[in-house]
Design a protein around this ligand. Structure first.
Ligand code: FE2
Ligand code: FE2
Length: 164
């Protein structure tokens, strides 16, 4: 693979790992706020993002490059509430889509067909990530008043992904 493509793949791998770190932190934040549903949901997202990072690292290895794992910056630990988090995740996933597309451009310009195919799953995954973060933002805005937050917390996984 071209050095540019290797660097771009490694950068995205570390971005996936740092996204996992962010979700892991949000899971602990939600737990501390006694929002058990969100804690579970964010923990599941943390695992999913770690899986994404591992897929990139394994792909680099399979193509003959030992990946440079990390370092990962710590996510911030204090948030005003779920609205701040929902806004942050909405922006984060849209930014991530741009990063995946930029990486795909490198695979196109270097004519690396295997990497293009490898990235298709991530391009598709971003459609799902943008969709649930959009729903999350809408739902959190709807809970601005009353006990609606506790009901959302109980059903968050089902609301966003259709599964408990
Ligand atoms: Fe991801
Ligand atoms: Fe996902």
């Amino acid at each position: 693979m071209s050095p540019d493509l290797i660097a771009a793949l490694n950068k995205q791998a570390n971005r996936e790992l740092s996204t996992s770190n962010l979700f892991r932190t949000l899971a602990y934040w939600a737990d501390a706020e006694h929002l058990g549903g969100f804690a579970k949901f964010f923990a599941t997202q943390a695992e999913e993002e770690e899986d994404h990072a591992k897929k990139f690292y394994q792909y680099l290895t399979d193509r003959g490059t030992v990946p440079s794992v990390g370092p990962v910056e710590a996510a911030k630990t204090s948030y005003e509430g779920l609205l701040e988090i929902a806004n942050l995740l909405y922006a984060h996933e849209r930014e991530n889509t741009k990063c995946i597309h930029a990486l795909y451009e490198v695979a196109l310009s270097t004519k690396d067909y295997a990497t293009q195919v490898f990235l298709h799953a991530f391009i598709t995954e971003q459609v799902e990530e943008e969709s649930w973060t959009d729903k999350l933002l809408t739902k959190v805005k709807q809970t601005a008043c009353g006990g609606a937050l506790f009901s959302l917390d109980r059903h968050i996984s089902k609301e966003l992904l259709g599964s408990d």
